[in-house]
Design a protein around this ligand. Structure first.
Ligand SMILES: Nc1ncnc2c1ncn2[C@@H]1O[C@H](COP(=O)(O)OP(=O)(O)O)[C@@H](O)[C@H]1O
Ligand SMILES: N[C@@H](CC(=O)OP(=O)(O)O)C(=O)O
Length: 451
């Protein structure tokens, strides 16, 4: 059996819903369908999740929500009209949407999570109604009923291990299950969502829980490309890649697949196929275990991401000082901050953070505390920081790869602020200025793919 996730772009309007229904009907082994909320129909459109965030914020500020509710409901009504779903059937979904402010929530974070989750919940219920109208035996299944349990981080939840056991019980269900992605239920019974784009994670968890033979992830591109198509025009499509290659590339900017969705797939050794809803006959990209994998080339992909910042610390004889890093980590712990990488020299240390976890005031307080506790000769916060990741299983046994990365950058006068190669030797990470990131990706791509 297959678990199939459809992204927001695949469920954005009636026409896209029809393509999704054709895909479902074409293969009876597609047994569990994971939905996103309606996404963008055109470039400047607004995703339903973003409208729900506005609805939540207006509710918290006690501002009139009529307009945003109308905007949200309009998205579902247009889809329902396309399939001539009766108002009687739609009423309960509309009620759910307008009643969101009337429930009690533990705090504003959980209110936000519950509002956001309804983008996928209403979409899943609507898809089930449409399928039932077309005589497909489909059943909407709520995460609470399914036993899809998550930690109590309201908007950045982690799956709880008991979820897999709970989900496995749904394997024998004869009906087609339509389940909303993006959220689960905490032990206290509250809704908590994954981070943005997290329906990919839900799909991977369902696939692992049900031990699916395949996790199909339908989106709006023909394949995962060797570079973001918004940076490199018509990039090379990747036919096959390993879990860890995609994990590294998703982490560093391949937004087509959520990096946290790899872990459940790896744990369950579930094969993943990323495919295009608009061209379902194309093979897409297969993501497979490392064992017996034959690399197709040296580099598989090049990604870049701007949501990083770096803290640079300098102090003479840092290498001789016992406990310096320990004290630094204690400060991070105190401020509940995680770090990404920590490349170091003899007298200096750079710490790279995902800056989405900071407010300006937390950042300032943390830097002041570091100055006080560690008294470095120099402390610099570098906000203008991008990370470029060059990834490929084929790099492992290849000598001279570094030269082929650095020379094209030097030719374009792009300065490299940091280089880090992991022990697995399948990825090289570079730090550059934000303004140089896209040019760096284009240069490296050209070097390895444009012959
Ligand atoms: N390397 C890549 N290969 C393919 N698409 C990519 C890549 N990097 C970024 N993307 C972007 O990811 C988009 C698909 O992801 P997303 O918008 O989250 O889709 P969905 O709505 O299906 O969840 C593509 O339209 C593309 O712009
Ligand atoms: N709707 C949520 C979750 C998600 O996965 O969406 P999408 O499939 O459109 O990336 C979001 O926008 O974050």
């Amino acid at each position: 059996m297959k678990v199939v996730k459809f992204g927001g772009s695949s469920l954005a309007n009636g026409e896209q819903f029809q393509k999704v229904i054709n895909i479902i009907r074409n293969d009876p082994t597609r047994k569990v369908i994971v939905t996103s909320a309606p996404g963008k129909r055109f470039q400047d459109d607004i995703k339903v999740t973003d409208l729900l965030i506005k609805y939540a914020q207006s509710t918290l500020k006690q501002i009139d929500c009529t307009e945003v509710i109308d905007q949200i409901w309009d998205r579902y009504q247009i889809i329902a009209n396309y399939f001539q779903i009766s108002q009687d059937l739609l009423q309960p979904l509309y009620q759910e949407l307008i009643n969101l402010p009337n429930h009690s929530y533990k705090d504003s974070d959980f209110l936000l999570a519950a509002f956001k989750a309804h983008g996928e919940k209403i979409n899943a219920q609507l898809l089930a109604l449409i399928l039932q109208q077309q005589q497909v035996p489909a059943q909407f299944l709520d995460p609470a009923t399914a036993g899809f349990m998550v930690s109590d981080n309201a908007n950045d939840a982690r799956v709880l291990s008991e979820t897999y056991q709970n989900l496995s019980k749904w394997r024998q269900t004869p009906q087609l299950l339509i389940v909303p992605g993006f959220y689960g239920i905490t032990k206290a019974g509250d809704i908590a969502t994954f981070s943005r784009g997290g329906s990919d994670i839900s799909g991977a968890i369902w696939a692992r829980g049900l031990q699916a033979e395949l996790y199909e992830n339908f989106t709006d591109v023909n394949a995962i490309y060797a570079a973001d198509p918004r940076i490199v025009p018509q990039p090379h499509p990747i036919k096959i890649m390993t879990y860890r290659e995609l994990r590294e590339l998703s982490y560093a900017g391949f937004s087509v697949f959520h990096d946290e969705a790899l872990l459940p797939a790896i744990e369950g050794q579930i094969l993943i196929n990323v495919k295009n809803t608009n061209h379902p006959d194309l093979p897409g990209t297969m993501i497979v275990p490392e064992k017996n994998f034959q690399p197709q080339g040296i580099v598989t992909g090049v990604a870049s991401s701007n949501h990083f910042a770096a803290l640079y610390l300098h102090r003479y004889l840092l290498n001789k000082e016992v406990g310096f890093t320990l004290k630094l980590l204690q400060v991070f712990y105190k401020f509940n901050i995680s770090y990404e990488h920590m490349p170091s020299g003899i007298d200096d240390l750079t710490v790279i953070f995902d800056k989405r976890q900071f407010t300006e005031s937390i950042r300032q307080q943390m830097c002041q505390e570091i100055q006080k506790v560690l008294q470095p000769d120099k402390l610099e916060w570098i906000d203008d920081y991008a990370i470029i990741m060059v990834v490929g299983e084929g790099m492992r046994n290849k000598i001279g790869v570094m030269k082929n990365i650095t020379v094209p950058l030097a030719n374009k006068h792009i300065a490299i602020h940091m280089i880090n190669q992991g022990a697995s030797r399948i990825s090289i990470m570079l730090g550059t200025k934000k303004a140089d990131a896209t040019a760096a990706v284009a240069q490296i791509y050209q070097q390895f793919f444009d012959e």
